[in-house]
Write a protein of this length. Structure first.
Length: 530
Protein backbone atom coordinates (compact mmCIF):
# COMPACT_ATOMS: atom_id res chain seq x y z
CA UNK A 1 0.00 0.00 0.00
CA UNK A 2 1.35 3.42 -0.94
CA UNK A 3 0.25 7.03 -0.92
CA UNK A 4 0.01 8.81 -4.27
CA UNK A 5 -0.90 12.39 -5.14
CA UNK A 6 -3.05 12.86 -8.22
CA UNK A 7 -3.49 16.22 -9.95
CA UNK A 8 -6.66 17.08 -11.84
CA UNK A 9 -6.58 18.80 -15.20
CA UNK A 10 -6.86 22.50 -14.34
CA UNK A 11 -9.65 23.21 -16.84
CA UNK A 12 -12.26 20.58 -15.97
CA UNK A 13 -15.88 21.48 -15.25
CA UNK A 14 -17.81 20.65 -12.05
CA UNK A 15 -19.46 17.52 -13.43
CA UNK A 16 -16.06 16.31 -14.64
CA UNK A 17 -14.67 16.73 -11.12
CA UNK A 18 -17.42 14.43 -9.83
CA UNK A 19 -16.56 11.80 -12.41
CA UNK A 20 -12.82 12.27 -11.82
CA UNK A 21 -13.12 11.49 -8.12
CA UNK A 22 -15.33 8.48 -8.79
CA UNK A 23 -13.03 7.00 -11.42
CA UNK A 24 -9.99 7.51 -9.17
CA UNK A 25 -11.69 5.84 -6.22
CA UNK A 26 -12.76 2.88 -8.36
CA UNK A 27 -9.32 2.32 -9.92
CA UNK A 28 -7.24 3.02 -6.80
CA UNK A 29 -9.51 1.08 -4.46
CA UNK A 30 -9.48 3.88 -1.91
CA UNK A 31 -11.28 7.16 -1.38
CA UNK A 32 -9.26 10.22 -2.46
CA UNK A 33 -9.10 13.27 -0.21
CA UNK A 34 -7.94 16.81 -0.87
CA UNK A 35 -4.24 17.40 -0.38
CA UNK A 36 -3.27 19.47 2.68
CA UNK A 37 -3.94 23.14 2.08
CA UNK A 38 -5.55 22.56 -1.30
CA UNK A 39 -9.17 22.52 -0.18
CA UNK A 40 -12.08 20.51 -1.68
CA UNK A 41 -12.03 22.57 -4.88
CA UNK A 42 -8.31 22.30 -5.52
CA UNK A 43 -6.60 20.15 -8.10
CA UNK A 44 -4.47 17.85 -5.88
CA UNK A 45 -5.88 14.73 -4.22
CA UNK A 46 -4.18 12.04 -2.17
CA UNK A 47 -5.14 8.37 -2.28
CA UNK A 48 -3.91 5.22 -0.52
CA UNK A 49 -3.69 2.39 -3.02
CA UNK A 50 -2.06 -0.89 -3.93
CA UNK A 51 -1.93 0.26 -7.55
CA UNK A 52 1.21 1.78 -8.98
CA UNK A 53 1.42 5.38 -10.13
CA UNK A 54 2.07 4.12 -13.65
CA UNK A 55 -1.14 2.07 -13.65
CA UNK A 56 -3.22 5.05 -12.57
CA UNK A 57 -1.54 7.25 -15.16
CA UNK A 58 -2.40 4.76 -17.92
CA UNK A 59 -6.09 4.59 -16.96
CA UNK A 60 -7.36 7.94 -15.68
CA UNK A 61 -9.43 10.27 -17.88
CA UNK A 62 -9.73 13.57 -16.01
CA UNK A 63 -6.33 13.73 -14.30
CA UNK A 64 -3.19 15.45 -15.53
CA UNK A 65 -0.44 13.64 -13.66
CA UNK A 66 0.20 11.24 -10.80
CA UNK A 67 3.08 11.77 -8.36
CA UNK A 68 5.03 8.98 -6.70
CA UNK A 69 8.69 9.91 -6.50
CA UNK A 70 8.24 11.90 -9.70
CA UNK A 71 5.28 13.18 -11.73
CA UNK A 72 3.95 10.81 -14.38
CA UNK A 73 1.75 12.45 -16.99
CA UNK A 74 -1.43 10.48 -17.71
CA UNK A 75 -1.75 8.72 -21.02
CA UNK A 76 -5.02 10.57 -21.61
CA UNK A 77 -3.24 13.93 -21.44
CA UNK A 78 -0.63 12.61 -23.87
CA UNK A 79 -3.40 11.60 -26.27
CA UNK A 80 -4.88 15.07 -26.09
CA UNK A 81 -1.53 16.83 -26.32
CA UNK A 82 -0.71 14.92 -29.50
CA UNK A 83 -3.79 16.49 -31.12
CA UNK A 84 -3.54 19.82 -29.30
CA UNK A 85 -0.43 21.10 -31.02
CA UNK A 86 1.80 18.31 -29.68
CA UNK A 87 1.83 19.45 -26.07
CA UNK A 88 2.08 23.23 -26.34
CA UNK A 89 5.41 23.13 -28.09
CA UNK A 90 6.69 19.84 -26.72
CA UNK A 91 7.80 17.62 -29.58
CA UNK A 92 5.45 14.94 -30.84
CA UNK A 93 6.10 11.57 -29.21
CA UNK A 94 7.88 13.00 -26.16
CA UNK A 95 7.03 11.18 -22.94
CA UNK A 96 6.75 13.72 -20.13
CA UNK A 97 8.24 12.18 -17.00
CA UNK A 98 9.99 14.96 -15.19
CA UNK A 99 8.63 17.85 -13.17
CA UNK A 100 9.77 20.60 -15.51
CA UNK A 101 7.88 19.04 -18.44
CA UNK A 102 4.61 19.16 -16.50
CA UNK A 103 4.51 22.93 -16.94
CA UNK A 104 4.44 22.45 -20.73
CA UNK A 105 1.28 20.34 -20.73
CA UNK A 106 -1.90 21.42 -22.56
CA UNK A 107 -3.90 24.18 -20.89
CA UNK A 108 -7.11 23.52 -22.81
CA UNK A 109 -9.27 20.49 -23.45
CA UNK A 110 -9.25 18.40 -26.59
CA UNK A 111 -12.34 16.31 -27.34
CA UNK A 112 -11.23 15.17 -30.79
CA UNK A 113 -7.92 13.42 -30.37
CA UNK A 114 -6.79 10.47 -32.47
CA UNK A 115 -9.59 8.46 -34.10
CA UNK A 116 -12.22 10.60 -32.34
CA UNK A 117 -11.35 13.49 -34.64
CA UNK A 118 -11.52 11.92 -38.09
CA UNK A 119 -15.13 12.71 -39.03
CA UNK A 120 -17.78 15.26 -38.11
CA UNK A 121 -20.80 13.71 -36.42
CA UNK A 122 -23.81 15.35 -34.81
CA UNK A 123 -24.42 14.19 -31.27
CA UNK A 124 -20.87 13.06 -30.42
CA UNK A 125 -20.29 12.59 -26.72
CA UNK A 126 -17.01 13.16 -24.94
CA UNK A 127 -14.41 10.35 -25.04
CA UNK A 128 -13.10 11.38 -21.61
CA UNK A 129 -16.61 10.90 -20.22
CA UNK A 130 -16.79 7.38 -21.65
CA UNK A 131 -13.37 6.46 -20.27
CA UNK A 132 -14.29 7.78 -16.81
CA UNK A 133 -17.54 5.79 -16.81
CA UNK A 134 -15.72 2.60 -17.82
CA UNK A 135 -13.19 3.20 -15.06
CA UNK A 136 -15.98 3.82 -12.57
CA UNK A 137 -17.57 0.49 -13.63
CA UNK A 138 -14.47 -1.39 -12.35
CA UNK A 139 -14.47 -3.91 -15.21
CA UNK A 140 -11.92 -6.71 -15.46
CA UNK A 141 -9.83 -6.60 -18.62
CA UNK A 142 -11.53 -8.09 -21.69
CA UNK A 143 -15.01 -7.46 -20.29
CA UNK A 144 -17.70 -7.04 -22.95
CA UNK A 145 -18.91 -3.43 -23.34
CA UNK A 146 -21.98 -2.66 -25.43
CA UNK A 147 -23.18 0.51 -27.12
CA UNK A 148 -26.55 -0.30 -28.73
CA UNK A 149 -26.72 3.13 -30.46
CA UNK A 150 -23.04 3.62 -31.23
CA UNK A 151 -23.15 6.71 -33.47
CA UNK A 152 -19.59 7.75 -34.21
CA UNK A 153 -18.06 4.88 -32.21
CA UNK A 154 -16.80 6.70 -29.11
CA UNK A 155 -17.68 3.92 -26.65
CA UNK A 156 -16.16 1.16 -28.77
CA UNK A 157 -12.92 3.08 -29.27
CA UNK A 158 -12.50 3.88 -25.57
CA UNK A 159 -13.40 0.34 -24.52
CA UNK A 160 -10.81 -1.06 -26.95
CA UNK A 161 -8.11 1.30 -25.65
CA UNK A 162 -8.75 -0.01 -22.13
CA UNK A 163 -8.37 -3.59 -23.34
CA UNK A 164 -12.07 -4.52 -23.29
CA UNK A 165 -14.11 -6.26 -25.94
CA UNK A 166 -16.86 -4.14 -27.42
CA UNK A 167 -19.88 -4.30 -29.70
CA UNK A 168 -21.53 -1.29 -31.30
CA UNK A 169 -24.93 -1.35 -32.98
CA UNK A 170 -26.50 1.31 -35.17
CA UNK A 171 -29.13 1.52 -37.88
CA UNK A 172 -27.15 4.17 -39.76
CA UNK A 173 -24.70 2.41 -42.13
CA UNK A 174 -22.36 5.42 -41.99
CA UNK A 175 -22.14 5.07 -38.21
CA UNK A 176 -21.25 1.40 -38.57
CA UNK A 177 -18.50 2.19 -41.10
CA UNK A 178 -17.21 5.02 -38.92
CA UNK A 179 -17.11 2.87 -35.77
CA UNK A 180 -15.37 0.03 -37.57
CA UNK A 181 -12.81 2.35 -39.16
CA UNK A 182 -11.95 4.08 -35.87
CA UNK A 183 -11.55 0.83 -33.96
CA UNK A 184 -9.41 -0.80 -36.65
CA UNK A 185 -7.12 2.26 -36.67
CA UNK A 186 -6.09 1.37 -33.12
CA UNK A 187 -4.33 -1.73 -34.43
CA UNK A 188 -2.68 -0.40 -37.57
CA UNK A 189 0.88 0.58 -38.33
CA UNK A 190 1.29 4.35 -38.75
CA UNK A 191 3.65 3.79 -41.65
CA UNK A 192 0.89 1.93 -43.54
CA UNK A 193 -1.38 4.96 -43.25
CA UNK A 194 1.33 7.32 -44.43
CA UNK A 195 2.20 5.07 -47.39
CA UNK A 196 -1.43 4.71 -48.45
CA UNK A 197 -1.97 8.47 -48.28
CA UNK A 198 1.20 9.17 -50.24
CA UNK A 199 0.33 6.68 -52.98
CA UNK A 200 -3.23 7.98 -53.30
CA UNK A 201 -2.01 11.56 -53.34
CA UNK A 202 0.51 10.86 -56.11
CA UNK A 203 -2.10 9.12 -58.28
CA UNK A 204 -4.53 12.01 -57.89
CA UNK A 205 -1.88 14.44 -59.11
CA UNK A 206 -1.41 12.49 -62.35
CA UNK A 207 -3.56 13.22 -65.43
CA UNK A 208 -6.85 11.36 -65.50
CA UNK A 209 -6.80 8.06 -67.36
CA UNK A 210 -10.32 7.64 -68.69
CA UNK A 211 -13.73 8.71 -67.48
CA UNK A 212 -14.54 7.99 -63.80
CA UNK A 213 -17.07 5.19 -63.40
CA UNK A 214 -17.93 5.52 -59.71
CA UNK A 215 -21.53 6.62 -60.26
CA UNK A 216 -22.18 4.16 -63.09
CA UNK A 217 -22.91 1.25 -60.74
CA UNK A 218 -25.55 3.25 -58.82
CA UNK A 219 -29.27 3.27 -59.53
CA UNK A 220 -30.30 6.08 -61.85
CA UNK A 221 -32.31 7.67 -59.03
CA UNK A 222 -29.17 7.91 -56.90
CA UNK A 223 -27.10 9.35 -59.72
CA UNK A 224 -29.74 11.98 -60.46
CA UNK A 225 -29.99 12.95 -56.79
CA UNK A 226 -26.23 13.44 -56.43
CA UNK A 227 -26.17 15.52 -59.62
CA UNK A 228 -28.77 17.79 -58.05
CA UNK A 229 -26.47 18.52 -55.08
CA UNK A 230 -23.05 18.83 -56.76
CA UNK A 231 -21.80 20.90 -59.64
CA UNK A 232 -20.86 18.63 -62.60
CA UNK A 233 -17.12 19.30 -62.42
CA UNK A 234 -17.03 18.79 -58.66
CA UNK A 235 -18.92 15.52 -58.93
CA UNK A 236 -16.53 14.30 -61.62
CA UNK A 237 -13.54 15.02 -59.39
CA UNK A 238 -15.23 13.33 -56.42
CA UNK A 239 -15.77 10.26 -58.59
CA UNK A 240 -12.08 10.15 -59.39
CA UNK A 241 -11.12 10.46 -55.71
CA UNK A 242 -13.46 7.59 -54.82
CA UNK A 243 -11.98 5.41 -57.56
CA UNK A 244 -8.44 6.01 -56.28
CA UNK A 245 -9.39 5.40 -52.65
CA UNK A 246 -10.96 2.06 -53.50
CA UNK A 247 -7.66 1.02 -55.10
CA UNK A 248 -5.87 1.26 -51.74
CA UNK A 249 -5.02 -2.35 -50.81
CA UNK A 250 -4.84 -1.89 -47.03
CA UNK A 251 -8.42 -2.09 -45.67
CA UNK A 252 -7.76 0.08 -42.60
CA UNK A 253 -6.09 2.84 -44.60
CA UNK A 254 -8.82 2.61 -47.22
CA UNK A 255 -11.55 3.13 -44.62
CA UNK A 256 -9.72 6.11 -43.16
CA UNK A 257 -9.49 7.68 -46.62
CA UNK A 258 -13.18 6.96 -47.22
CA UNK A 259 -13.95 8.79 -43.98
CA UNK A 260 -11.87 11.73 -45.19
CA UNK A 261 -13.77 11.78 -48.48
CA UNK A 262 -17.11 11.58 -46.67
CA UNK A 263 -16.13 14.47 -44.42
CA UNK A 264 -15.61 16.89 -47.34
CA UNK A 265 -18.79 16.08 -49.25
CA UNK A 266 -21.00 18.62 -47.49
CA UNK A 267 -18.60 21.50 -47.87
CA UNK A 268 -18.22 21.04 -51.66
CA UNK A 269 -21.96 20.54 -52.25
CA UNK A 270 -24.93 22.90 -52.40
CA UNK A 271 -26.00 21.65 -48.96
CA UNK A 272 -25.76 24.26 -46.19
CA UNK A 273 -22.72 23.11 -44.27
CA UNK A 274 -24.00 23.60 -40.72
CA UNK A 275 -27.65 22.74 -41.27
CA UNK A 276 -29.22 19.46 -40.20
CA UNK A 277 -32.16 19.91 -42.58
CA UNK A 278 -32.16 19.48 -46.37
CA UNK A 279 -31.57 23.05 -47.50
CA UNK A 280 -29.74 24.36 -50.51
CA UNK A 281 -27.21 27.12 -49.87
CA UNK A 282 -28.35 29.94 -52.10
CA UNK A 283 -25.00 31.77 -51.96
CA UNK A 284 -22.71 28.77 -52.50
CA UNK A 285 -20.71 28.91 -55.71
CA UNK A 286 -18.62 26.01 -57.04
CA UNK A 287 -16.18 28.49 -58.57
CA UNK A 288 -12.76 28.04 -57.01
CA UNK A 289 -13.77 24.90 -55.10
CA UNK A 290 -11.17 22.14 -55.44
CA UNK A 291 -12.51 18.88 -53.95
CA UNK A 292 -9.23 17.08 -54.61
CA UNK A 293 -7.27 19.61 -52.56
CA UNK A 294 -9.94 19.53 -49.83
CA UNK A 295 -9.80 15.73 -49.68
CA UNK A 296 -6.00 15.57 -49.59
CA UNK A 297 -5.86 18.16 -46.81
CA UNK A 298 -8.53 16.32 -44.80
CA UNK A 299 -6.76 12.98 -45.35
CA UNK A 300 -3.36 14.43 -44.43
CA UNK A 301 -4.76 15.92 -41.22
CA UNK A 302 -6.47 12.65 -40.31
CA UNK A 303 -3.35 10.56 -40.93
CA UNK A 304 -1.21 12.92 -38.84
CA UNK A 305 -3.77 13.03 -36.00
CA UNK A 306 -4.06 9.25 -35.86
CA UNK A 307 -0.30 8.76 -36.17
CA UNK A 308 0.37 11.12 -33.25
CA UNK A 309 -2.17 9.22 -31.21
CA UNK A 310 -0.72 5.80 -32.10
CA UNK A 311 2.73 6.95 -31.02
CA UNK A 312 1.32 7.47 -27.52
CA UNK A 313 -0.73 4.24 -27.64
CA UNK A 314 2.35 2.16 -28.48
CA UNK A 315 2.62 -0.90 -26.24
CA UNK A 316 -1.04 -0.83 -25.14
CA UNK A 317 -3.02 -4.06 -25.56
CA UNK A 318 -6.09 -3.09 -27.60
CA UNK A 319 -9.33 -5.01 -27.20
CA UNK A 320 -11.33 -6.37 -30.16
CA UNK A 321 -14.35 -4.41 -31.38
CA UNK A 322 -17.29 -5.24 -33.66
CA UNK A 323 -19.63 -2.77 -35.35
CA UNK A 324 -22.94 -4.18 -36.56
CA UNK A 325 -25.86 -2.71 -38.44
CA UNK A 326 -28.80 -3.38 -36.16
CA UNK A 327 -31.76 -2.07 -34.19
CA UNK A 328 -31.21 -1.40 -30.46
CA UNK A 329 -34.74 -2.61 -29.82
CA UNK A 330 -33.68 -6.06 -31.06
CA UNK A 331 -30.45 -6.28 -29.10
CA UNK A 332 -31.21 -9.68 -27.56
CA UNK A 333 -31.84 -11.30 -30.94
CA UNK A 334 -28.76 -9.64 -32.48
CA UNK A 335 -26.32 -10.69 -29.77
CA UNK A 336 -27.59 -14.27 -29.83
CA UNK A 337 -25.12 -16.28 -27.78
CA UNK A 338 -24.12 -13.06 -26.01
CA UNK A 339 -27.06 -13.56 -23.63
CA UNK A 340 -26.18 -12.20 -20.18
CA UNK A 341 -22.54 -11.64 -21.19
CA UNK A 342 -22.46 -7.81 -21.33
CA UNK A 343 -20.52 -6.33 -18.41
CA UNK A 344 -21.40 -2.66 -19.06
CA UNK A 345 -23.44 -0.46 -21.37
CA UNK A 346 -22.37 3.08 -22.26
CA UNK A 347 -24.55 4.82 -24.81
CA UNK A 348 -25.98 8.15 -25.84
CA UNK A 349 -29.52 7.48 -27.05
CA UNK A 350 -31.20 9.91 -29.41
CA UNK A 351 -33.12 12.78 -27.89
CA UNK A 352 -36.86 12.76 -28.38
CA UNK A 353 -37.60 14.02 -31.93
CA UNK A 354 -34.26 15.86 -32.01
CA UNK A 355 -32.36 14.89 -35.17
CA UNK A 356 -33.07 13.59 -38.70
CA UNK A 357 -30.23 11.09 -38.49
CA UNK A 358 -30.37 9.46 -41.92
CA UNK A 359 -31.20 12.65 -43.77
CA UNK A 360 -28.30 14.53 -42.20
CA UNK A 361 -25.89 11.95 -43.66
CA UNK A 362 -27.70 11.42 -46.96
CA UNK A 363 -24.85 12.65 -49.21
CA UNK A 364 -22.33 10.31 -47.62
CA UNK A 365 -24.77 7.39 -47.53
CA UNK A 366 -25.42 7.79 -51.24
CA UNK A 367 -21.96 8.65 -52.49
CA UNK A 368 -20.25 5.87 -50.50
CA UNK A 369 -22.93 3.43 -51.71
CA UNK A 370 -23.99 2.57 -48.17
CA UNK A 371 -27.76 3.06 -48.54
CA UNK A 372 -29.72 3.70 -51.76
CA UNK A 373 -31.84 6.83 -51.87
CA UNK A 374 -34.99 4.74 -52.21
CA UNK A 375 -34.34 3.20 -48.78
CA UNK A 376 -33.68 6.45 -46.90
CA UNK A 377 -37.25 7.25 -45.90
CA UNK A 378 -38.00 3.73 -44.70
CA UNK A 379 -34.79 3.62 -42.65
CA UNK A 380 -35.46 7.06 -41.17
CA UNK A 381 -38.94 5.91 -40.12
CA UNK A 382 -37.37 3.04 -38.17
CA UNK A 383 -34.90 5.25 -36.29
CA UNK A 384 -35.62 5.92 -32.62
CA UNK A 385 -36.29 9.62 -32.10
CA UNK A 386 -37.28 10.17 -35.73
CA UNK A 387 -39.35 13.30 -36.32
CA UNK A 388 -40.24 12.93 -40.03
CA UNK A 389 -43.60 11.13 -40.32
CA UNK A 390 -46.74 11.17 -42.46
CA UNK A 391 -50.27 11.83 -41.22
CA UNK A 392 -50.99 8.13 -41.55
CA UNK A 393 -47.97 7.24 -39.42
CA UNK A 394 -48.96 9.84 -36.85
CA UNK A 395 -52.39 8.26 -36.46
CA UNK A 396 -50.82 4.81 -36.18
CA UNK A 397 -48.32 5.96 -33.53
CA UNK A 398 -51.04 7.65 -31.50
CA UNK A 399 -53.24 4.54 -31.58
CA UNK A 400 -50.25 2.43 -30.49
CA UNK A 401 -49.56 4.81 -27.64
CA UNK A 402 -53.20 4.68 -26.50
CA UNK A 403 -53.13 0.87 -26.51
CA UNK A 404 -49.84 0.66 -24.62
CA UNK A 405 -50.02 3.69 -22.33
CA UNK A 406 -50.44 1.58 -19.19
CA UNK A 407 -46.91 0.18 -19.49
CA UNK A 408 -45.42 3.69 -19.21
CA UNK A 409 -45.01 5.75 -16.02
CA UNK A 410 -47.73 8.28 -15.34
CA UNK A 411 -45.23 11.13 -15.72
CA UNK A 412 -44.68 10.16 -19.37
CA UNK A 413 -48.31 9.57 -20.31
CA UNK A 414 -49.35 12.86 -18.69
CA UNK A 415 -46.73 14.79 -20.66
CA UNK A 416 -47.61 13.13 -23.97
CA UNK A 417 -51.36 13.61 -23.50
CA UNK A 418 -50.95 17.23 -22.43
CA UNK A 419 -48.91 18.07 -25.54
CA UNK A 420 -51.40 16.26 -27.76
CA UNK A 421 -54.35 18.05 -26.14
CA UNK A 422 -52.80 21.53 -26.39
CA UNK A 423 -51.81 21.07 -30.02
CA UNK A 424 -55.21 19.68 -30.97
CA UNK A 425 -56.84 22.85 -29.68
CA UNK A 426 -54.54 25.15 -31.66
CA UNK A 427 -53.77 25.93 -35.26
CA UNK A 428 -50.23 24.51 -35.37
CA UNK A 429 -47.91 23.32 -38.12
CA UNK A 430 -47.54 19.65 -39.01
CA UNK A 431 -44.38 19.17 -36.90
CA UNK A 432 -46.04 20.29 -33.70
CA UNK A 433 -49.21 18.42 -34.58
CA UNK A 434 -47.06 15.26 -34.76
CA UNK A 435 -45.30 15.87 -31.44
CA UNK A 436 -47.63 13.94 -29.12
CA UNK A 437 -47.58 10.82 -31.29
CA UNK A 438 -43.81 11.03 -31.79
CA UNK A 439 -43.13 11.39 -28.08
CA UNK A 440 -45.40 8.47 -27.29
CA UNK A 441 -43.56 6.35 -29.81
CA UNK A 442 -40.15 7.49 -28.54
CA UNK A 443 -40.78 6.37 -24.98
CA UNK A 444 -42.33 3.07 -26.07
CA UNK A 445 -39.24 2.48 -28.25
CA UNK A 446 -36.89 3.31 -25.38
CA UNK A 447 -38.83 0.92 -23.16
CA UNK A 448 -38.07 -1.83 -25.68
CA UNK A 449 -34.39 -0.85 -25.65
CA UNK A 450 -34.20 -0.91 -21.86
CA UNK A 451 -36.00 -4.24 -21.65
CA UNK A 452 -33.74 -5.78 -24.31
CA UNK A 453 -30.64 -4.55 -22.50
CA UNK A 454 -31.90 -6.11 -19.27
CA UNK A 455 -31.87 -9.46 -21.08
CA UNK A 456 -28.23 -9.29 -22.19
CA UNK A 457 -26.38 -7.55 -19.34
CA UNK A 458 -25.14 -9.36 -16.27
CA UNK A 459 -26.77 -8.82 -12.91
CA UNK A 460 -25.35 -5.76 -11.15
CA UNK A 461 -23.92 -4.54 -14.47
CA UNK A 462 -23.88 -0.74 -14.93
CA UNK A 463 -25.92 0.81 -17.73
CA UNK A 464 -24.96 4.43 -18.47
CA UNK A 465 -27.20 6.65 -20.60
CA UNK A 466 -25.96 10.09 -21.63
CA UNK A 467 -28.97 12.06 -22.80
CA UNK A 468 -30.14 15.65 -23.12
CA UNK A 469 -33.47 17.34 -22.45
CA UNK A 470 -35.35 19.42 -25.00
CA UNK A 471 -38.59 21.33 -25.29
CA UNK A 472 -41.51 22.03 -27.57
CA UNK A 473 -44.26 24.62 -27.92
CA UNK A 474 -47.67 23.06 -27.44
CA UNK A 475 -50.67 25.31 -28.00
CA UNK A 476 -48.32 28.30 -27.80
CA UNK A 477 -46.94 27.22 -24.41
CA UNK A 478 -43.30 26.23 -23.94
CA UNK A 479 -43.29 22.69 -22.59
CA UNK A 480 -40.12 21.11 -21.20
CA UNK A 481 -39.33 17.52 -22.16
CA UNK A 482 -37.18 16.27 -19.30
CA UNK A 483 -35.94 13.27 -21.24
CA UNK A 484 -33.28 12.17 -18.76
CA UNK A 485 -35.61 12.20 -15.75
CA UNK A 486 -38.35 10.42 -17.68
CA UNK A 487 -35.99 7.72 -18.97
CA UNK A 488 -34.79 7.12 -15.42
CA UNK A 489 -38.38 6.65 -14.26
CA UNK A 490 -39.08 4.44 -17.26
CA UNK A 491 -36.11 2.20 -16.45
CA UNK A 492 -37.13 1.77 -12.82
CA UNK A 493 -40.73 1.04 -13.84
CA UNK A 494 -39.51 -2.13 -15.58
CA UNK A 495 -38.54 -3.56 -12.19
CA UNK A 496 -35.09 -4.71 -13.33
CA UNK A 497 -33.07 -1.50 -12.90
CA UNK A 498 -32.06 0.71 -10.02
CA UNK A 499 -31.26 4.35 -10.75
CA UNK A 500 -28.12 4.84 -8.69
CA UNK A 501 -27.27 8.37 -9.77
CA UNK A 502 -28.09 11.16 -12.18
CA UNK A 503 -25.26 13.56 -12.98
CA UNK A 504 -26.22 16.82 -14.73
CA UNK A 505 -23.59 18.05 -17.16
CA UNK A 506 -23.19 21.54 -18.51
CA UNK A 507 -22.30 21.08 -22.14
CA UNK A 508 -18.87 22.06 -23.38
CA UNK A 509 -18.78 24.58 -26.22
CA UNK A 510 -19.09 22.67 -29.47
CA UNK A 511 -16.66 23.41 -32.27
CA UNK A 512 -18.22 21.14 -34.87
CA UNK A 513 -20.30 22.17 -37.86
CA UNK A 514 -23.54 21.37 -36.01
CA UNK A 515 -22.89 23.66 -33.02
CA UNK A 516 -26.05 25.69 -33.74
CA UNK A 517 -28.05 22.55 -32.97
CA UNK A 518 -26.19 21.70 -29.75
CA UNK A 519 -28.09 21.09 -26.51
CA UNK A 520 -27.31 23.33 -23.53
CA UNK A 521 -27.04 20.48 -21.03
CA UNK A 522 -27.06 16.73 -20.75
CA UNK A 523 -27.39 14.20 -17.96
CA UNK A 524 -25.60 10.94 -17.29
CA UNK A 525 -28.04 8.37 -15.95
CA UNK A 526 -26.27 5.70 -13.90
CA UNK A 527 -28.50 2.62 -13.87
CA UNK A 528 -27.70 -0.76 -12.36
CA UNK A 529 -29.20 -4.06 -13.51
CA UNK A 530 -30.84 -5.54 -10.40
Amino acid sequence: MQTLTCHLKPYIQPFERILALRELEAIAGGRPYAANGDGPHGTAYVVRTERTAGYLARRLAYWEHVVDTRPIVTRQVRFEAASNGHGNGTAQGTLWDDETAVAALPNRRCLRFGPHGIHEYRGKFFPQLVRALLNWAELPRRSLVLDPMCGSGTTCVEAAILGHRSIGLDMNPLSVLMTRAKCELLRCEPSDLASAYQACSERLRLPEAGKPRWLASMAQEDQDYLRSWFAPEILRLLERIAAEVIRVPDAVARDLLLMSLSNVLRRVSWQKDDDLRVRRDAVFSPEGIDPTAAFLEEARRSVETVTSFLNQLSGQVVGPARALEGDARRVEAILGNGHRSVAAVVTSPPYATALPYIDTDRLSLLFLKLLPRGDHRAREQLMIGNREITDRARRHYWESFQRSRDVLPRSITSLVERIERLNRRSDVGFRRRNMGALLGRYFLDMREVLYGLSRVVRRRAPVFFVVGDNHTYAGGERTEIKTAQLLGELAESLGCYVLEDSIPMEMLVSRDIFRRNATASETTLCLRRS
